[in-house]
Ligand binder design. Structure first.
Ligand code: NAP
Length: 361
């Protein structure tokens, strides 16, 4: 019997969203799967019901949730961040107001017990860190060039603070946020595709920084499983109160492969999987201080010039930080409370992801 009777995946035609759909369908346990998005144009699956709505349109959200009355809602929707599109106001509207609209509709729906928000591991205030914990402070300043992640940090807090123990019929809703690090896998038009484009454009001869920092990556299917486990735990907790200190409701969870890599080692492994021999590569190294200072100045200049209404199309300071700063996360909380374990390794994930993309080249 299905642990989850019915699930609405908001953004279920996106990269992560369609993997969540696939993982739910693969269980073959009768879970009814719904997807909500603005276009629902690609990566559709047989047996899934697709509904069109924009999360920032409160009325449409209410209407979708009321019409299907899902037991759990998973919100993966967010504006595209690579390449960055949209103003800070737009990101706030989708990430913060959209999440609030969904939780309001979920709380008002007598069947909806659980709400899971896809946050991000990159919401932390500090930029260079090893083994970060969920209790570390996040950056919630919506102004400035980091608005795609700071608005996610606000939505993350809103999700956790909207958790309540009321009975479901009385507006009760159990909530949690999942914070994935950089995801990769099949149909990955962001990270893996960008790395393969570098190869196609013959730009593999440059390296920013010394490639000594450690960085967390995660296979997208592992993240999909973490979302499902969180939704299941929240549904269980609506019936049985968990032991103190073991609860999922009201909490956030870092999700990684627990196998940090040096960024350029990961990228070169992607190139090797695409058939390029990296053994003789001797890249020209651009010092990280030079890259960061230049990007920082250009970020703020672009942001200030456009009054925060646009963003640089070249590498931003944030992009460069990913390449040369330490960013690893402790996932023991997800292991203990969600029963999460990264079952697909980084090597296997790269192989699967590159294979799926190389079919398209
Ligand atoms: N990719 C990463 O490495 C990474 C890392 C950490 C966190 N995350 C987070 O993980 C989530 C999923 O990322 P992803 O890479 O899978 O993104 P994606 O492929 O762009 O998918 C996002 C989905 O959200 C939908 N969407 C966007 N705006 C919407 C709106 N206003 N109303 C309803 N649906 C909307 C899009 O469909 P339509 O265009 O049809 O509406 C799309 O299906 C995001 O919240 C992202 O911030 C991603």
């Amino acid at each position: 019997m299905a642990t989850l009777h019915s699930v609405l995946i908001v953004g279920g035609c996106g990269f992560l969203g369609h993997h969540i759909v696939d993982h739910l369908l693969a269980r073959k346990d009768g879970t009814k799967v719904y997807v909500m998005g603005r276009s629902n144009g690609s990566l559709r699956r047989h047996g899934v019901e697709y509904l069109k709505a924009d999360v920032s349109d409160n009325r449409s959200v209410e209407s979708v949730v009321n019409s299907i009355k899902p037991q759990a809602i998973i919100n993966t929707a967010a504006p595209i961040t690579y390449p960055l599109k949209g103003t800070p106001e737009f990101h706030y509207k989708v990430n913060v107001e959209g999440t609030a609209n969904l939780m309001r509709a979920a709380a008002a729906c007598p069947n909806t017990a659980a709400f899971v928000y896809t946050s991000s591991a990159h919401t932390l205030l500090k930029s260079d860190y090893l083994d970060a914990k969920e209790s570390d402070p996040v950056d919630e300043s919506p102004d400035g060039p980091r608005y795609p992640t700071t608005t996610k940090a606000i939505a993350d807090r809103l999700t956790r603070s909207s958790n309540n123990d009321l009975p479901i019929e009385a507006g009760g809703l159990r909530t949690a946020s999942i914070r994935p690090c950089a995801m990769f896998g099949e149909n990955d038009i962001q990270l893996l595709n960008t790395m393969l484009c570098q190869l196609q454009e013959n730009r593999q001869g440059y390296q920013i920084g010394s490639n000594t920092a450690l960085y967390d990556f995660v296979y997208v299917g592992n993240v999909a499983e973490a979302h499902i486990k969180a939704a299941e735990a929240l549904v269980r907790e609506a019936v049985h109160r968990p032991e103190e200190g073991k609860q999922v409701a009201g909490e956030s969870f870092f999700i990684t492969n627990d196998d940090p890599r040096h960024f350029y080692d990961f990228m070169r492994q992607v190139w090797q999987n695409a058939g390029y021999d990296t053994s003789t590569l001797t890249p020209t190294i651009i010092p990280s201080t030079v890259a960061l200072t230049t990007a920082s100045a250009s970020d703020w200049a672009t942001w200030a010039f456009h009054l925060g209404r646009s963003s640089s199309s070249s590498l931003s300071r944030e992009d460069i930080e990913h390449l040369c700063l330490n960013r690893t996360h402790d996932i023991s909380k997800a292991r203990e409370r969600l029963g999460y374990s990264p079952t697909v390794t980084i090597d296997e994930g790269i192989e699967r992801g590159v294979r799926s993309l190389c079919q398209d080249y």
